[in-house]
Design a protein around this ligand. Structure first.
Ligand SMILES: [Zn+2]
Length: 90
């Protein structure tokens, strides 16, 4: 899940692993079940990669649906583009 955590004077956005609950500071994966119709939305899950990647099979067993996945860094690039935010580091 995406959260915000107080760190000294600042509140910092973080991604927490939905499998183990720890902060993802390296490689990660994002899982989701494809929305069925136009305009439908779906929950996403974040996990450490490769350590916590078995969550996709658990989700599939509970929902009976195929779980899609993407690298966390690629998914965050899509998120930034879909919110029309410019990369301030260019
Ligand atoms: Zn984890």
């Amino acid at each position: 899940m995406i959260v915000i955590r107080r760190d000294g004077m600042y509140a910092c956005p973080l991604v927490l692993c939905d499998a183990c609950g720890r902060w993802i500071t390296g490689k990660g994966n994002v899982y989701w079940i494809e929305p069925k119709g136009v305009g439908d939305i779906a929950k996403v899950w974040f996990v450490h990669k490769p350590g916590c990647t078995g969550l996709d099979r658990v989700i599939e067993q509970h929902t009976g649906e195929h779980v899609h996945d993407e690298d966390l860094d690629t998914w965050l690039d899509h998120l930034r583009r879909n919110t029309a935010l410019k990369d301030t580091h260019d």
